[in-house]
Design a protein around this ligand. Structure first.
Ligand code: PNS
Length: 168
């Protein structure tokens, strides 16, 4: 009898970047089922609402085998327990991520035994974050190549066509 290997990739994904997409692609190669859990980070100001973030994620992960996108509220450990998911998979960019991610991993394990696996981010994406992408886009910088094309289009329509892709 074969066992289905499941993991969750949680985040706020406001919006999804090419760094996230790289982590999802690698997760899909390691696990049979990858659930992208779209939550709310109460410490962050959002640009896109949950359904917009879910729509963008579904569009850009449509070709990845075994990947599904699900919004969630409440504790991640409860979401995972209800779905029989034993592992959180996250990308680690640099040392700056580590303290925050380690504390969450230890808290989740303490709460329910939920384990966390970290994958090192591709160096090509190690500086990328949703927050920086939003800041640069809002101030008129070009974020093409940092986010998938459908996300770039949404940013453009949200911020006005001058907001991304300009030479400023
Ligand atoms: O992309 P982010 O903003 O780092 O995502 C953080 C997120 C949403 C994954 C995290 O805040 C989370 O898991 N929130 C759900 C509530 C919860 O379980 N909090 C305790 C985490 S140890």
């Amino acid at each position: 009898m074969s066992i289905t290997r499941r993991c969750v990739c949680p985040g706020s994904f406001d919006p999804v970047t090419n760094g996230h997409l790289d982590v999802f692609t690698r997760a899909a190669a390691l696990y049979d089922e990858v659930t992208i859990a779209v939550g709310v980070n109460i410490a962050k100001n959002g640009m896109f609402d949950s359904s917009e973030r879910v729509d963008m994620l579904r569009e850009v992960t449509a070709g990845l085998p075994g990947v599904q996108v699900v919004p969630f509220e409440g504790l991640l450990v409860d979401f995972c327990r209800a779905r029989g998911i034993p592992v959180v998979l996250k990308g680690l960019r640099a040392a700056g991520d580590f303290d925050y991610e380690l504390a969450m991993a230890q808290m989740n394990r303490r709460l329910s035994g939920l384990e966390t696996v970290f994958v090192p981010t591709d160096p090509e994406h190690s500086y990328l974050s949703s927050s920086l992408v939003k800041e640069v886009a809002k101030l008129g910088g070009d974020v093409a190549g940092m986010v998938p094309d459908p996300v770039l289009a949404r940013l453009r329509s949200r911020l006005g066509s001058d907001a991304t892709g300009s030479d400023r």
